[in-house]
Design a protein around this ligand. Sequence first.
Ligand SMILES: Cc1ncc(COP(=O)(O)O)c(C=O)c1O
Length: 417
Amino acid sequence: MSQTHNQLDVDFVRKCFPTFDTPLAAKTAFFENAGGSYVAAPVLDKLMTFYQHNKVQPYGYSDILNAAGEQMDAGRQTMADLLGVDSTTVTLGPSTTQNINTLAFACASLVCKDSEVIVTDQDHEANIGAWQRLCERTGATLKIWPVDPDNGELDINKFMQLLTPATALVCMTHSSNIIGTINPVEAVISHCRPQGTRVVVDGVSYAPHQWPDIPTLQPDAYCFSTYKTYATHLGVMFTSADFTSQLDPQCHFFNQSYPQKTLDGAGPDHASIAALDGLGDYFDNSYNHHFGQSAISLYEKTQAVSSLMHAHESELCETLLTEIADLPIRIVGRTNHHGREANIAIASDRCTSEDMSKALARQDIAAGHGHFYALRLLQKVGIKDPEDGVLRISFAHYNTNDDVERVIAVLKSVLQK
Ligand SMILES: Cc1ncc(COP(=O)(O)O)c(C=O)c1O
């Protein structure tokens, strides 16, 4: 019989990730989640089923071909259901970098030399470089929404100074993969919508912590990567029907009448698409475990489960931030858990980020260092050597209090000397 929980049941969650039963993962406190998460069991099951039973060209006259096609369709439909959107608005590509680059090419007719495109200094390069290159190709002006050099945050007032009637596109991250602060995407969209400015949101760093609520947010485009949301290595890109209809197709000419293929310039891995169906099972099972059976939609279930995940991570995040507050370190970003994701960037004058990362690794704690492709952000907040960069401790909902205590112990022993 199912039991209802108002907190995330972490024991239940960890049992849903077979990686924890492997020797290396069993001894590791894993805080490299922003680089890529572990994969939920139902996703692995669907991946295995596809490879074992019907890894063949989808659809045709044979049953085996049809089974392959149906599994892929199920994966795509499940992703749409998880997001609460129509499946024709979802592009599945090999990665977010690829998807955004394709989108930037598709925006060529929307910008001209009199247009302006706003990007931020806070973003991963995937959501800056593609737009910079678009501006170089079209003669449009690239405007940079600068970060606060003290904490790396974006101020909406600075954005308002940049927005003009000529702004064609605003490209921003929902939360940074370095500082974790949740950005005012709703406010940006509400200022842009009346004048027809398109807003492209990079949710790669946000989605693993809080499942995106696209029906509420209503962005023009929203991208994230499923290899960081407990599934296979793909990029998911939502584009609204209205936006898609204005884009230059990037697919084969004979596929142009299918909106979901318009921005598919790459032909992503079939098995990875089929396996997305398992992510639906993961959220569905988690909902049933925590809240009991219900006839509500998968989108609503996922939002509910995601709230529990976020609350759990926030609690762990607060413990870490409180315990390391007195160490000789700089936390790049907020020093408490409010308004941020549990993705913490640390730098210290006492010890390189590389040495902190190595000290953690010696105690079987995985947490990387560097600029994590947000090189411009690290330069703007004054990190002297961006290659050494910051130590990044990025959580997932399967992390435990014990994992956090281990990190605290190592950081104290290394930095209090
Ligand atoms: C915030 C952010 N945006 C974009 C990307 C690029 O995603 P992908 O690896 O799927 O290209 C990453 C990857 O780490 C990221 O953290």
